[in-house]
Design a protein around this ligand. Structure first.
Ligand code: ADP
Length: 268
């Protein structure tokens, strides 16, 4: 079983990814796809007059400010445009794709953060109307039901809180939770970089083979969104996934290249 996560960035080779998915499925591989959509959400939010805001938590993590209106826009982008775009593309390649958010069938569940402590202009502030959280449970039965019947699951945030509210969750970490729940042997995180770089943005500093222990200090050189991918890799490996590949989602045959050992391979 392989779980693949692709971001929502503009430079990603979605056509190549879908062709790789179709080829791997034809060869009998069991696969699940999880996607993001931050860039489309930002564009849509601006167009709808509710521009994206990012907040920094007291622990230094940057996340999308997700008030109720932002959550609606987030769903339009993730569950609407991006999810349905991927399903349409895959159906065109003969893949019986089924798009599901974490809400559907309670696929991804987690705790909503009841307060978010942020730092704004050097001052601490508490937000109580933010809809964010972290995936803690995956409805494995629903995924195996689909997989066993020849459907290809295409999954997207948001998740469902234990109080039945939609919550914005990180897609990389959601993919890690899905991979662990399905006892996947491989999690592939496709990104807008050649892999994990020791000296970002110097592409010649690509790290090719790492162990879980090597990730201990990766938070020193993984910046921005790469931090979340490192965290997701750690969570997947700790959850029993044998290997995680952080691969280039912009190149031709992005998925097949990652499986062939291109990018950063991290073993548990
Ligand atoms: P997503 O696929 O989730 O939308 P991105 O591809 O934007 O996210 O996230 C990873 C980004 O992190 C890379 O594109 C790169 O710009 C940045 N980055 C920061 N530090 C590193 C690093 N050490 N190695 C590789 N990329 C890094």
């Amino acid at each position: 079983m392989i779980v693949v996560k692709i971001g929502g960035g503009k430079g990603l080779n979605l056509a190549g990814l879908c062709e790789d998915v179709a080829a791997l499925l034809r060869a009998g591989q069991r696969l699940v796809l999880v996607h993001g959509g931050a860039e489309t959400t930002d564009e849509l939010a601006a167009a709808l007059g509710h521009p994206a805001q990012y907040v920094t938590s007291t622990s230094g993590h940057v996340s999308r400010r997700t008030d109720r209106r932002t959550l609606e826009i987030f769903e339009m982008a993730y569950c609407g445009q991006i999810n349905k775009g991927l399903v349409e593309r895959l159906q065109g390649l003969g893949v019986n794709a089924v798009g599901l958010s974490g809400l559907d069938g309670g696929l991804l569940r987690g705790t909503r953060k009841d307060v978010l402590r942020i730092v704004e202009n050097g001052r601490q502030k508490v937000l109580r109307d933010d809809f964010t959280g972290k995936v803690e449970q995956v409805n494995r039965g629903l995924l195996t039901l689909l997989l066993d019947n020849g459907y290809f699951p295409v999954l997207t945030p948001p998740a469902l809180s234990f109080n039945h509210e939609a919550i914005n969750v990180d897609g990389d970490r959601a993919a890690a939770a899905v991979a662990a729940a399905l006892h996947a042997d491989t999690l592939i995180l496709l990104t807008s970089a050649p892999g994990l770089l020791a000296r970002f943005p110097d592409e010649s500093s690509l790290l090719t083979n790492l162990s879980l222990a090597d990730l201990g200090n990766a938070h020193d050189y993984a910046k921005g969104k790469m931090k979340r991918k490192v965290l997701a890799a750690q969570e997947a490996l700790q959850g029993g996934v044998s290997q995680v590949v952080i691969g280039d989602g912009r190149r031709p045959e992005p998925l097949r290249a990652a499986l062939a050992g291109e990018g950063t391979k991290i073993e548990g």
